[in-house]
Design a binder for this molecule. Structure first.
Ligand code: C5P
Length: 226
């Protein structure tokens, strides 16, 4: 069986609100997602790193992406789930191959985190994901920005990526209706009645989402380089 990292990078970064999609913002002299791809390429067990871009992507060709194992597929869709589904179809995998789907915008991923996931999920019949136990008390807001309910944090986790599933099961999970909030691969797998394994990730593996996230990502990457 092969291990293929699939990186959806066809988002527009609407919440970030920059002139280019957030995956192309400069960080330590490289586009943000270069760091993501570079880390995945450094994981010995990963055979291929498949990047999925939007067909209309105007930025990729402006930069140097000479990385071993990298393949590029311009088949992104309107949602993250569609991008992943199209990417899998473009790859020609066997159903037993492992896919590790990872957000382009989680650029502070480390090799050690990926290896922990690979080790803990290797013999799992379902697959699993990196995630973090919720440290804070969780509130749901009403329309006026007031607390309507406090949710018990006991047993609550924040889903991160990579999310690691067999190609066959993930294709089957993504073949269903993707319109109702499938924001990660695990939720599509859960709809099949399966229970993905939670593997503890790290707070540094956050998704760059808002401009305030950029200085932290830069500090983490520069601390690791020096
Ligand atoms: O929007 P969000 O931050 O949740 O996106 C997570 C990842 O999914 C990003 O890497 C983004 O580029 C990707 N994405 C995609 N296709 C879309 C929307 C998001 O590949 N249509």
């Amino acid at each position: 069986t092969r291990h293929v990292a699939l990186v959806p990078a066809a988002g527009s970064g609407a919440r970030f609100g920059a002139a280019c999609p957030k995956q192309y913002l400069q960080l330590s002299g490289r586009p943000l997602m270069w760091h993501t791809l570079s880390t995945l390429c450094q994981v010995a067990a990963i055979d291929e790193v498949a990047l999925v871009l939007s067909p209309g992507d105007e930025w990729f060709d402006d930069y140097d992406w000479t990385l071993p194992k990298l393949t590029v597929h311009r088949v992104g869709g309107a949602t993250r789930a569609e991008t992943v589904k199209n990417g899998i179809a473009a790859l020609g995998l066997s159903s037993e191959d492992w896919l590790l789907v990872h957000d382009a915008a989680r650029c502070c991923l480390s090799v050690a985190m990926v290896e922990r996931l690979l080790t803990e999920v290797a013999d799992d019949p379902v697959g699993g994901l990196l995630a973090l136990p919720v440290p804070d008390t969780v509130k749901r807001a009403d329309r006026d920005g007031r607390v309507s309910i406090t949710l018990p944090r006991q047993g609550m986790w924040l889903a991160q990526t990579p999310q690691m599933f067999r190609a066959g099961v993930l294709s089957q999970a993504l073949a269903g209706d993707l319109t109702d909030g499938v924001t990660d691969e695990a939720s599509a797998i859960e709809r099949l009645g399966l229970k993905p394994r939670l593997v503890e990730g790290d707070a540094s593996n956050f998704k760059v989402t808002w401009p305030r996230d950029l200085p932290l990502a830069r500090a983490i990457l520069e601390a690791r380089q020096s």
